[in-house]
Design a protein around this ligand. Structure first.
Ligand code: ADP
Ligand code: MG
Length: 310
């Protein structure tokens, strides 16, 4: 059964420039224990989908659709119940851990506080558990590190601390939004390994948002490719990365250079004035008349007219 099922998720922002269609009918499923990566260029709507699941969208967002999680429809839950789910069942880590850690408390206190709330344990016990958790996320000398403030931690160490906080309540779903973007390449690889190990140890399902296809291939079972607010292709990583169908996926993978598609010409369209038909058509080297006229449906894991008949 699916742990998470998003159906027809629309998120619009009304701005001076017009209506921004950040999520334009997104459908996604994550099975229990599965890792799914959501990939696509910057500005495609990936973060908006994640924030939609968490019900943490900015005030000016208009949202519709259904997000089923363990039999509950998240968009129709009351604020309190949603807070409980956010506190216990779904955790999220962000691109910039520094902005999520409170500068006035020690890192250890922040992990211990998460432990205390979620495990309902005493102060002393929560400190011990926090140190265990710091060890688990491979923060060296956790006894000493416990007493340090966020600014004394490097970016990589801060992200480890965030992972510890996220895992403190053993969530069923962890959403990681570009967690490696601001880290050095070697640190990225370490954090990736760590996340991979922890997800399998805790049997947590993972929604990993990344623009790094190498990371996606390493870490995930499934992949969903997002372009201009839509999922244009989805399937198993082993299938999609080997035999990409959508010209956009191919472009992302840099796979078809012999028929002219170099990675990647042009840019994501303005989400206030989307092209007619297939949103990728202005950048697509394989464009035909039908692509300019009709919006392709998602069929057999791909949203592309060139595949509709096959
Ligand atoms: N509060 C907001 N008001 C208006 N537009 C927004 C707001 N937040 C995000 N957007 C727009 O939504 C689109 C998708 O953004 P985002 O999900 O952050 O993209 P990604 O994570 O794929 O880089 C972008 O065009 C962005 O400008
Ligand atoms: Mg983003």
């Amino acid at each position: 059964m699916d742990l998470l099922q998003i159906s027809n998720l629309y998120v619009n922002f009304t701005t001076k420039a017009g209506v921004v269609r950040a999520s334009d009918g997104v459908n996604l499923e994550i099975k229990q224990g599965e890792s799914l990566c959501l990939v696509g260029e910057s500005g495609c709507g990936k973060t908006i989908v994640a924030l939609g699941i968490m019900r943490l969208l900015p005030q000016n967002a208009q949202i519709s659709g259904k997000i089923w999680f363990k039999g509950k429809e998240l968009l129709s839950l009351g604020k309190e119940e949603m807070r409980r789910i956010r506190g216990r069942e779904i955790a999220m880590i962000f691109e910039q851990p520094a902005t999520c850690l409170d500068p006035v408390f020690t890192v250890g206190d922040q992990i211990a506080e998460a432990m205390r709330v979620h495990e309902r344990c005493s102060g002393k016990e929560s400190k011990e558990k926090a140190i265990d958790l710091m060890e688990m996320v491979e923060i060296p000398s956790p006894q000493k590190r416990f007493k340090q403030y966020p600014h004394e931690f490097s970016g990589g160490m801060q992200q480890r601390a965030m992972i510890a906080i996220a895992l403190s309540y053993n969530p069923s779903l962890l959403i990681a939004d570009e967690p490696m973007t601001f880290l050095d390449v070697t640190i990225q690889a370490q954090i990736m390994e760590l996340l991979k190990d922890l997800v399998s140890k805790f049997r947590t399902s993972l929604l990993l948002i990344t623009h790094d296809l190498g990371v996606a291939a390493e870490m995930c079972d499934g992949v969903a490719v997002m372009y201009a607010g839509e999922i244009v292709e989805k399937g198993r990583v082993s299938e999609v990365f080997k035999y990409p169908k959508h010209p956009y996926t191919k472009a992302l993978l840099g796979a078809i250079s012999n028929d002219g598609l170099k990675p990647i010409k042009g840019s994501v369209p303005e989400l206030t004035s989307l092209p007619s038909g297939c949103k990728f058509h202005p950048r697509c080297p394989l464009v035909r008349d039908v692509c300019r006229e009709a919006r392709p449906e998602m069929k057999n894991g791909v949203r592309c007219h060139l595949w509709e008949k096959s």
